[in-house]
Design a protein around this ligand. Sequence first.
Ligand SMILES: [Mg+2]
Length: 220
Amino acid sequence: MRGSGVAYPELVIFDNDGVLVDSERLANTILAELLTDAGLPYTFEEAVRDFMGGSMVSMRTKAEARLGSALPADLEDRYHQRLFDGFATLQAVPGVEAVLDALDAAGTPYCVASSGTHQRIRTALTAVGFWSRFEGRVFSAEDVAHGKPAPDLFLHAAAALDTKPDRCAVIEDSPLGVAAANAAGMTVFGYAAMTPPDRLASADATFHEMAALPTLLDRS
Ligand SMILES: [Mg+2]
């Protein structure tokens, strides 16, 4: 902690998928299967590489450019149906509940800013028992014109919670999210669980276990 007894950061902004909820394996498995069925062969690993951290709007734009034609109009609906079915067994990311407990104990506010839809965020956070901790402090790519890697979503969250961007710390697990946080002028910590650390190299620091995060936040 720096300064004269003022807690830093003043706001911690969590990504959702892969940071709060352990959803990326399920989500990218489903996405790869749907794209393959639509005539664009994709493996799980390729879906992670190309789409993890982005919105379904940006996924469609990129995939259709590669395919050279339109994806089925109901692809997003089928994706979310299968995803929400799978959320019945969704788990929180290991160790993140203790991080939230530590922030609560320190009186440090936090929120979630996700490329997912509001319905997806609410469904996921409810499934792992976190909804009451975030209700009223949930920000979705649906709320802004440009999702990650644009800074819009993080800046929107900071403004809504009356916090200057340079007082915010972002927790992200995707290159798109780290780029968005950098563009917003925020401190960003990269959770390198599924993503190779070198792809998060533009973060202020990377970490591999949630237990390491409170110390990083204290120093930010
Ligand atoms: Mg993520």
